[in-house]
Design a binder for this molecule. Sequence first.
Ligand code: ZN
Length: 124
Amino acid sequence: MAAEQRDMKVPSVLLPVCPVCGRPMTMNLRADDRFVEDEGWREACARYEQFLTQNRDKKVLFWELGVGMNTPSIIKYPFWQMTARNPKARYVCVNRDLAYAPEPIASRSLCLAEDLNLLCDLAD
Ligand SMILES: [Zn+2]
């Protein structure tokens, strides 16, 4: 699919479809009640929780790349809260339109108003 990409677009015939009904597949986003939390998701969630618990009081960098305000309770707010709870933690936010940290963690935060598209050519 990447080889067929032109101007950030791929031919629609290459888009994956549901093997059951033939409708176009979509990303698994918490946008509605169709978000899938299957066994693989639960295992990954448990690994993430374990990592956070094991490193709760260590030097941790919460590095947020391009996270908007669609579902801030998934990444942004937890990163802010975990940074606030751990004095050794740092928060870095790279976001073209929303590079911001709340005042309680501002002195331990680096907020860069940059467009992440500048990194796209690194994948070539
Ligand atoms: Zn289907």
